[in-house]
Ligand binder design. Structure first.
Ligand code: SGN
Ligand code: CA
Length: 516
């Protein structure tokens, strides 16, 4: 007995320490396991053209914080969207499927939140999921543990946000507010036992380009360089390029140009700061009574400066988030992606807005940092698409990619591996007509060298040889020298249409009926 009780006492004395040790080891293992899977921070702004990300080298502006992702990660030079318009792009990113399968064809449609989406799949894989900022899909987010989104487009100042608990009012500049909420999630809302997937979505630099108080005075004494196609007259192009309603010359409004009071619900201080910033220039403008090309040039400067001021606000806020990732130690195990819902015209062809399959709106910026996986300062030239994003997130998370997703994971490209059978052509389709900006419906195919576009409702084809004509000023459709390539591209277009199961319906409803 004495022996036994001595033995027991001996072990009883050690037991709490032993069990603590075991619990610690188990706890460590639990904490280790999910943390070995990286967090995913997906940053998407709205209408941020690659021409206005300085890492792309266009010389319009400086975006030092976004550029960090290129210096510390990979810059994709050829990232494109499947359908260059906001809501549809967001639906593609969530589902990894083309518009005709996810059902969200035009802004204002209601996203079917009951379908499979990447947030739901990551949630099932053990991720904590969140979306903060612009959403624009009408129905409530599904698959997110946490969400706080703008109502529709949302304002530039003092945005109310929609949450599962109802409407929440905020005071401040929306780009700052969305970042504050994202930082609050990272600091206080995060589950330390799960990796996170955070979609942090800006409203800026969407029309009507209202800068924040900190950026209102930027570019005051500078001239922004004009694009060579500012005065494009659309010779050689068809009806679509002529009939659109998105010219700087005729379609920017006095409201867009800050020549009249704004629709924003400013506080008195915000209003004073805002209107004072424009007052002197507006007086000079009225006195000058500009006409013709001079007037277009003035409008271009006003548009671009406001646009770039909004971009500077986004960049400053991306910097705040990257700094927090560094300070908190999260940076080393977090994949950071920066992109825009689609591209935008910054005066090219005389335009603002997007929608067309021409380069500036078809293409979107994409920069990805993933420490230990992506070679800092690397560049990818492959043809990638927003269709690939959902698959990429799942692959990064080590989760299975469903068969019915239509893109392909970018993970091998990110890791610098050669992928011999990567896509060499891309399919595009736009449906929003008639609608604001009046861009005719079209679909088409782009390879690394050529682009064939079919405006099917007006039965007009366009063909561009991007090697000879990167600005797409010379439509060579019908030129006998291009007969063979045209036939090849038409065959490729048919092949892609079939491959992606586009049967001219939106989920079984004929396009004409579905997009009225
Ligand atoms: C608003 C804008 C348009 C813009 C669409 C879609 N007009 O209607 O210029 O094309 O949104 O933009 S505005 O005067 O209200 O700003 S999207 O990015 O949401 O698709
Ligand atoms: Ca957009």
């Amino acid at each position: 007995m004495p022996l036994r009780s001595g033995f027991l006492r001996y072990w009883q004395g050690w037991l709490p320490i032993l069990s603590l040790g075991l619990a610690w080891i188990a706890g460590e293992a639990r904490a280790e396991e999910p943390l070995s899977r990286p967090n995913i921070l997906y940053i998407m702004s709205d209408d941020h053209a690659y021409q206005a990300v300085s890492a792309y080298g266009h010389g319009l502006n400086r975006t030092p914080n976004i550029d960090r992702l290129a210096h510390e990660g990979m810059l994709f030079r050829n990232c494109f969207v499947t359908n260059s318009i906001c809501g549809p792009c967001r639906a593609v990113v969530l589902t990894g499927k083309y518009t005709h399968l996810n059902g969200f064809a035009r802004n204002g449609d209601r996203f079917d939140g009951s379908q499979q989406n990447v947030a739901k799949l990551l949630q099932q894989a053990g991720y904590q999921t969140a979306v903060i900022g612009k959403w624009h899909l009408e129905t409530d987010p599904t698959g997110f543990d946490h969400w706080e989104v703008l109502f529709g487009q949302g304002p530039y100042y003092n945005p109310p946000m929609k949450t599962p608990q109802g409407r929440v009012e905020h005071e401040g500049y929306t780009t700052d507010v969305i970042t504050d909420l994202a930082l609050d999630f990272l600091k206080n809302g995060r589950d330390p036992n799960r990796p996170f997937f955070l979609m942090y979505h800006h409203k800026a630099p969407h029309r009507n380009w209202c800068p924040g108080p900190q950026e209102l005075d930027l570019y005051k004494d500078t001239d922004i360089p004009e694009p060579p196609t500012l005065f494009d007259d659309y010779t050689t192009r068809g009806r679509a390029a002529r009939e659109q309603e998105m010219t700087i010359a005729r379609h920017l409004t006095p409201h867009d140009l800050k020549l009249v009071r704004q629709n924003e619900k400013f506080t008195p201080d915000q209003a004073e700061r805002f209107y004072n910033a424009y007052a002197e220039e507006n007086r000079a403008f009225e006195e000058a009574n500009l006409q013709g090309e001079e007037l277009v040039r003035w409008k271009y400067q006003r548009y671009l400066k406001d646009y770039l001021r909004c971009v500077a606000g986004v960049d400053r806020n991306v910097g705040r988030v990257l700094d927090y990732l560094d300070e908190s130690g999260l940076a080393k195990n977090t994949v950071v992606i920066y992109t825009s819902d689609q591209g935008f015209y910054l005066g090219e062809h005389g335009w603002f807005d997007k929608r067309f399959m021409y380069e500036e709106s078809f293409r979107t910026p994409l920069l990805v940092r993933w420490p230990g996986h992506v070679q800092p300062g690397s560049v990818c030239e492959k043809l990638v698409m927003n269709l690939d994003f959902a698959e990429t997130f799942l692959d990064i998370a080590g989760a299975a990619i469903p068969e019915d997703m239509q893109g392909r994971s970018l993970k091998p490209l990110l890791e610098g591996r050669e992928v011999a059978d990567w896509r060499t052509s891309m399919y595009y389709r736009y449906y929003e007509y008639p609608a604001v900006h009046m861009v005719h419906k079209h679909y088409g195919v782009r390879t690394d060298r050529y682009k064939l576009i079919y405006f099917h409702e007006i039965d007009e084809w366009e063909l561009y040889d991007l090697a000879k004509d990167p600005r797409e000023l010379n439509n060579v459709y019908g030129d006998p020298a291009y007969a063979e390539i045209t036939a090849q591209l038409q065959a490729e277009l048919r092949r892609l249409k079939t491959l992606y199961k586009d049967d001219d319906t939106i989920r079984g409803v004929p396009v004409t009926a579905a997009t009225k």
